[in-house]
Design a protein around this ligand. Structure first.
Ligand code: G3P
Length: 215
């Protein structure tokens, strides 16, 4: 499973890249607002940090404007993936951009049937938001499992990119479900590396090393 880091903060992305387990980056308007930097400059800076897919989101809400925006975003760097919000206009834009050979990531997907439409429209990635479904009492990971099964049934090339990941359990179940990608906040990525018994074991080894005679 590929790990993307879900951030527009180049400092966070640098840390994730140095951990040696990141394959790409996803951004969105909320993540950009957090860092307070312009989209174009941020995407260029991210592209200099990692050689992998970088999702940059359209703001337009009508297909024609989305396509125009998507063409401009894809011109920023060859690794840019154009993020398109799900909906009829988004599907039209996804189909048009696919026809131009431009990679797309359809976002704000909350059902397997939305995901199925994205695959049929030629999306490169589809982003089911598991955390936000959990927030309203629906099991987000069940939607991922159903989406992966549907895509496998029909051999769609579209990759399931699990988003709105809030904790390591989401990552575990995304991997068990056979999702292609999980996009993680840096905090969650770091959590994956930690375990209390690892910490205790290191402390014990260090303490015991003090008892080892030194040459
Ligand atoms: O990539 C989507 C992600 O940034 C949304 O996360 O926690 O706001 O649902 P969240």
């Amino acid at each position: 499973m590929k790990f993307f880091v879900d951030s527009a903060d180049t400092r966070e992305i640098q840390i994730a890249v140095e951990m040696g387990c990141i394959d790409g980056v996803t951004t969105n308007p909320s993540l950009l607002a957090k860092v307070g930097r312009p989209l174009e400059a941020t995407i260029r800076e991210i592209a200099a940090l990692i050689d992998g897919p970088i999702s940059a989101e359209c703001i337009s809400t009508q297909a024609e404007a989305m396509v125009k925006e998507g063409v401009a975003l894809s011109a920023l760097h060859p690794n840019v993936v154009v993020k398109i919000p799900m909906g009829v206009e988004g599907l039209k834009a996804t189909r048009a951009l696919a026809g131009k050979g431009i990679a797309t990531n359809v976002t704000l997907v909350f059902s397997p049937l939305q995901a199925l439409l994205c695959a049929k429209a030629g999306a490169s990635f589809v982003s089911p938001f598991v955390g936000r479904l959990d927030d309203i009492g629906q099991e987000g990971m069940e939607m991922v499992r159903q989406t992966v099964a549907i895509f496998d049934n029909y051999g769609f090339a579209t990759e399931v990119l699990v988003a709105s990941v809030r904790n390591p359990i989401h990552v575990l179940h995304a991997a068990l479900a056979g999702a292609h990608v999980a996009t993680l906040p840096l905090a969650v990525l770091k959590q994956l590396s930690e375990h209390p018994l690892t910490t205790l074991g290191i402390e014990r080894f260090l303490a015991d090393w003090e008892k080892v005679p030194k040459a």
